[in-house]
Design a binder for this molecule. Sequence first.
Ligand code: HEC
Ligand code: HEC
Ligand code: HEC
Ligand code: HEC
Length: 460
Amino acid sequence: MKLGVSISALIVLFLTLAMLFRAGWERPPMQSEQLGYRGLGMVETDNPRTAAARAALNAVPAATPAVPAGSPPATSVYKNVQVLNDLGVGEFTRLMVAITAWVSPQEGCNYCHNPSDLAADVPNKVVARRMIEMTRHINSGWKNHVADTGVTCYTCHRGQPVPAYVWTTDPGQPHGSRFAGNRAGQNAPAVSVGLTSLPMDPFAPFLTKGGGEIRVQSAAALPAGRGAGTSIQQTEATYGLMMHISQSLGANCTFCHNTRSFFDWDSSTPQRATAWHGIRMVRELNGAYLEPLAKAFVPGRLGPLGDAPKLNCGTCHQGEHKPLLGANMLKDYPELAAKGKVAAVAPPTPEPVLVGETVIIFFPVASSALHDAAPRVLEVLVVKLKANPKARATISGYHSATGDAAQNAELAKNRAMTVQGALKAAGIDEKRVVLEKPAAVQANVVGEDPTSRRVEVKVQ
Ligand code: HEC
Ligand code: HEC
Ligand code: HEC
Ligand code: HEC
């Protein structure tokens, strides 16, 4: 009996010590905030004692004083200005100073420049030029994710030439002559997925151009046949990505989901919709900006498979719900919110139009980013919907006839959902918006006709 008591006391002592010294254990009291209705367990916990350290980590550098307007255009003074050609010399120089503080404070101007010829295009300058275009595109084209807070180079770089959180495709473990076992990229605790044994590269399958469906629940009750349901692999990879998202945002699953049903949008929080747009944004940025830069990066930067370093949710968020705790640096650098010239190679996207009773919104190639003028044109329908509570909006997404059919169908759906989001933002309940798959998805066109990449909205 006595021996029994002391053995249990020993076990209790051991377990208590193990708990105290486990990595990641934080002592109470914690702060918690309820996100859903009572009893759902939708709670975010926060350690108030880390607030000061987190504020210091996310402190924003002071803005350089603004320069008086009216200096001559930079293009009239410098020889090789391709992107910042809408700035005066004053603003141009101020931005160069800011960029240096955000990206290469130690290395200085020469990180991107040949000091004897500032106009020469050296590798880091070529990358930086594209980064300026990307930053402008994020701030002007992805407001449904970054809002007016936006991003600057500092959001990702934080005073380092290489941001702290980047990824390249995981080559998998070597398995000599297929003799040693193959873990198939999982079953070992990986930092990328919160030290779980889920697939350790949830990025390449989901966060690249044409990324796969993030789905666990099947659309049919008893899915039969190959490809009808969701495979175990897809399920595991989805959970891997969700671990990454949670970790990058320092958030619980319940920050976005009611865990009664991870699938159900109606019981999810608004943050899940923001995250949905975030996933599309990261896919587009990786596909349109980072991947094509593989040729421009200095060689040591590429991954083991030769792909360019890319973004994930951590690149901007760095462990917080909002990057830099929601600080708005962009207001001091409005030039970084100017519309980028992304469509340089693609044909321009037509303006949204009202044809009879139907609003038609056009989209760029392989993108579901909403045209800036769309909310203004949609306003006509919003007024109608508000006037008649019985009326419903019907949305159909179309895509061009080129490219992979499955990816195109997903793209058409994403475009329709973006427009649904815009109506929601204008105060129209989602339940009054019907997503209708068009009868002929290929619609009336052949090839890469810009008018085929569109969404049609009607009110009935
Ligand atoms: C992180 C990279 C980066 C850093 C650091 C940087 N620049 Fe630049 N600089 C660029 C890019 C990119 C361009 C081209 C912009 C364009 O094409 O619109 C440029 C262009 C210029 C030009 C125009 C040259 C010409 O004749 O075309 C000048 C002048 C210049 N920078 C000065 C500076 C100074 C001074 C500093 C340091 C205070 C600096 N830059 C730091 C990336 C950088
Ligand atoms: C959304 C995140 C993000 C933003 C915003 C961003 N960058 Fe980057 N930047 C990256 C990533 C990712 C890389 C690739 C990192 C690597 O080289 O491994 C990179 C690389 C670079 C490099 C090459 C560094 C090297 O040594 O390889 C330069 C220079 C650069 N960025 C400049 C800028 C400038 C200037 C801005 C603002 C106009 C900017 N970046 C904004 C994510 C970002
Ligand atoms: C920041 C918001 C956010 C957080 C945090 C988050 N998720 Fe998600 N989750 C999403 C979004 C958005 C989707 C839908 C993605 C899509 O359709 O592209 C999703 C989809 C899912 C799905 C697939 C549902 C289906 O349709 O079959 C599962 C399962 C899931 N999440 C589980 C989790 C788990 C488990 C966690 C915590 C480890 C988590 N999520 C954390 C935003 C989030
Ligand atoms: C280019 C930088 C960038 C990247 C990459 C990025 N985000 Fe964000 N995200 C932001 C900014 C900026 C905000 C703040 C917007 C605001 O002020 O409302 C934000 C806000 C959010 C919010 C809303 C938080 C809240 O408290 O309301 C969620 C959720 C979110 N992001 C999820 C994601 C997910 C998931 C990913 C990866 C798929 C991602 N983000 C990638 C910049 C980024």
